[in-house]
Design a protein around this ligand. Sequence first.
Ligand SMILES: C[S@@+](CC[C@H](N)C(=O)[O-])C[C@H]1O[C@@H](n2cnc3c(N)ncnc32)[C@H](O)[C@@H]1O
Length: 200
Amino acid sequence: MARYEPRDKFYRKAREQGLPSRAAFKLEELIARFKLAHPGARVADLGCAPGGWLAILARTVGPNGRVVGIDLAQCVAPAPNVVMIAGDLHDPAVRTEVAARLGGTADLITSDLSPKLTGIAARDQAQSAELLTIALEFADGVLKPGGTLVAKLFMGAEFGEIKAAFAQAFAKVEVARTKASRPGSSELYLVARGFHAGRD
Ligand SMILES: C[S@@+](CC[C@H](N)C(=O)[O-])C[C@H]1O[C@@H](n2cnc3c(N)ncnc32)[C@H](O)[C@@H]1O
C-alpha cells in the first residue's frame, strides 16, 4: 500500500514554483486533459484558499480574463486579473457579490470546496456532498449556458445522488482522478460540461 508522504514530489514542486499549494497541479492536469479554460475566460473559483488554483487559473485566462475566488479564509490574489472575496458560500449576499465581481456570466466554475475534515468518513463525505450542492446552486444564474463546472468530491454513499444531480443540469458529466491526488485518497473530480440549468 502507498505510504502517506506529506512532503511528496508535488509538495516540493509547488515550493519550487512558488505556488501556495500542491492542489495547483490537480487543476493544471484537469485543464490540460479536458481543455477547460481559454484566454479571456471568466472563472469563479469556489474554496480558493490558499490560492493554488487561483495561480493556475490566472495564468490560463491571461490578462483579458477574470478570476473571482471565494473562501472562508482570506488569501492573496496572485495576479491583477484575480479578485479574492473572503466569505461563506452559504450566504446569498456573498454569492451575489461573487457574481457581480465576475462582470458577466462565467465560462467555468471550479470548486475545490472541502469541509474541515474530521476523519469520520461518513460525516466528511456528507459535508462534502452538501458543499457540492452549494456549488451546483451557485452555477444557476452565474454559469453561462453551455458552461463547465469542475468540482471535487470524495467517493462515498452520496456519490450516485450527486452525479445524478449534476447530470440533470449538464449535458455531459465525467469522473476524473488526478495524479497529484494523494495515494489512497478517495478524492475525485466531476467535470460537468454543457450547462443547461436542469430546467425542463
Ligand atoms: C482544499 S481547500 C482549497 C485549496 C485551493 N483550491 C488551492 O488550490 O489552494 C478547500 C477550501 O474550501 C473552503 N470552504 C469550505 N467551506 C466553505 C464555504 N462554506 N464557503 C467558502 N469556502 C469554503 C475552505 O475554507 C478551504 O480553504
